[in-house]
Design a protein around this ligand. Structure first.
Ligand code: FRU
Length: 520
């Protein structure tokens, strides 16, 4: 008996020690040193564990807040929290404690946040206006019990610049009375014309608009969709805002809509529409026109924009992954990063009003040094050494007869892994080819040459390429087209060069820069 007792004591002591070591190990990991293989150096990624959509984007008192779908327990999706970080320049982020954690009403799914300047909610306690977050509750028990009403909307408020949050006692503020299985992702904004709040959320195959005077009582005002030509489902993470059309007095409302499937190169993707919003519902400028993707790459999803930006810029950030493989990508301590914050504008083109995107101007401050300002004499052959991250701006001039083999800019390493970013004039398409860019066996949906239809204007095409350790963002012709893709080379890419065959196109601009890390 006593031997058994001793054995049990030893066993319990060993188990306790293992548990402590395990906790120790997890806490050191949660700090994140941002030097792990594939860890982005320009982009936001969580210190550790799983992240998906950006949430609660709002500017207040000198800080851009970035909340995000976060599971602090693992590197795959799980009980959703809102992680939190702040930045004064949209590039250097300070991590803050988890802002919202699951409670008896459910997990905390995607949503938005506003500054309640006039204290319409009555949540203000001190001299500063409260921040109010509106999100979707997801009741896992309800889902498991095969109910249909497990998603509903809740709010929370903060009176200390977003540092601590109190959930509203009257939650849910929009219950799920109709039993709608997909009923989520609230985007609230101030509708100045009528001095009230407006909100849009996604319901499986359409959007619903709501209105409120106090952020607590909401009434539905209108719907958008379903669309006969919706490429996929479910509809998720909508956003709606008004923008001037550059160079005119015109304004347009712009609607962003993420689709869980049917993206331009497979998997999840984000559409945009321009049109009118009368405070009640949105009407597209071209209801039967072709659909327009915000980004043609595979890795820009669930992107939304900041509320309350002081200089009136419309600033966007997206989740740089794709639900087809997000939970399998080969990072070990954390999963996923955000895109660079981008400024959105509208431009009138021969094809109608288009959404244009560029990295925020603050980004220019990350320049370390110029690597090259002239292409090499034999541009197809010579490679230049570099260390990520890198930015390149290149303008290609097509031959007069338009005949030129596919060409572009590439990154590679000594293992013959390569990432190509190019233009195929014959097929009229821009492409990013990550077929041989490194690890890809974690998902059949990862490797591939991904394309975007594009016709060079006036015989020229300009690429702005921003390459981080495991992602590339391509902006064509000052942001008329964007493509965002991730990659996971076995060794860091350390050479760049132009690629093509035969006579190269002319080059009227060539500027390659190395960039500083935002995490050092
Ligand atoms: C989009 C999404 C949202 C949902 C969240 C859950 O990626 O599916 O619709 O709120 O992720 O984490």
């Amino acid at each position: 008996m006593s031997q058994y007792y001793m054995f049990m004591m030893k066993y319990i002591a060993a188990a306790l020690l293992m548990a402590l070591l395990h906790i120790g190990c997890r806490t050191t990991r949660t700090t994140g040193n941002y030097q792990e293989p594939h860890r982005p150096q320009l982009h936001f990624s969580p210190p550790a564990k799983w992240m998906n959509d950006p949430n609660g984007l709002v500017y207040y008192a000198g800080e851009y807040h970035l909340f995000y779908q976060y599971y602090p327990g693992d590197i795959v999706w799980g009980p959703m929290h809102w992680g939190h970080a702040v930045s004064s320049d949209l590039l250097h982020w300070e991590h803050l404690p988890v802002a919202l954690a699951p409670d008896t009403l459910g997990y905390i799914f995607s949503g938005s946040a506003v500054v309640d300047v006039d204290n319409t909610s009555g949540f203000q306690t001190g001299s500063e206006p409260p921040l109010v977050a509106m999100f979707t509750y997801h009741d896992m028990a309800g889902e498991k019990a095969s109910r249909n009403d497990f998603q509903y909307q809740g709010i929370a408020f903060s009176n200390d610049k977003g540092r601590t949050w109190t959930k509203y006692k009257g939650n849910p503020v929009i219950p799920n009375t109709e039993g709608l299985k997909d009923f989520r992702d609230t985007k609230v904004f101030w509708y100045a014309a009528e001095k009230r709040w407006a909100m849009v959320l996604a319901v499986k195959d359409h959007l619903r608009f709501y209105s409120s005077k106090d952020l607590k009582n909401w009434t539905e005002t209108g719907r958008f969709g379903p669309l006969a030509n919706s490429p996929g489902f479910p509809w998720e993470c909508p956003d709606l805002f008004e923008l001037p059309v550059e160079g005119s007095t015109e304004k347009r409302w712009t609607l962003l809509l993420s689709l869980g499937s049917g993206g331009p190169n497979g998997g999840s993707g984000t559409l945009y529409f321009t049109g009118q919003f009368d405070g009640k519902k949105f009407q597209s400028d071209s209801p039967n026109g072709p659909l327009r993707w915000l980004d043609y790459g595979k890795d820009n999803y669930a992107g939304v924009t900041w509320n309350n930006v002081p200089d009136g810029r419309r600033l966007f950030i997206g989740w740089m992954s794709n639900w087809q493989y997000a939970q399998k990508v080969p990072t070990q301590t954390w999963r996923s990063a955000m895109t660079l914050p981008r400024e959105l504008t509208l431009q009138r083109t021969a094809d109608g009003v288009k959404l244009v995107q560029q990295p925020v101007r603050e980004f220019a401050g990350l320049k370390n040094r110029t690597l090259q300002q002239q292409p090499n004499a034999a541009p197809w052959v010579l490679a230049e050494k570099f260390r990520q991250p890198l930015s390149a701006e290149i303008e290609f001039v097509l031959p007069e007869n338009g005949q030129v083999a596919p060409f572009g800019f590439q990154l590679n390493n000594q293992d013959n892994e390569v990432l190509q970013i190019g233009y195929d004039a014959a097929k009229k398409e821009v492409f990013i080819d990550r077929t041989r860019s490194g690890m890809s066996d974690f998902s059949e949906h990862f490797a591939g040459r991904h394309t975007a239809p594009y016709t060079a204007v006036n015989g020229r095409i300009k690429f702005r390429v921003i390459a981080d350790v495991s992602s590339v963002e391509l902006f064509v012709d000052n942001g008329l087209l964007a493509m965002t893709e991730t990659f996971f080379p076995n060794k860091p890419f350390n050479e760049y060069r132009l690629f093509g065959q035969g006579r190269p196109p002319g080059i009227s601009k060539y500027e390659v820069e190395s960039l500083n890390s935002v995490w050092k």
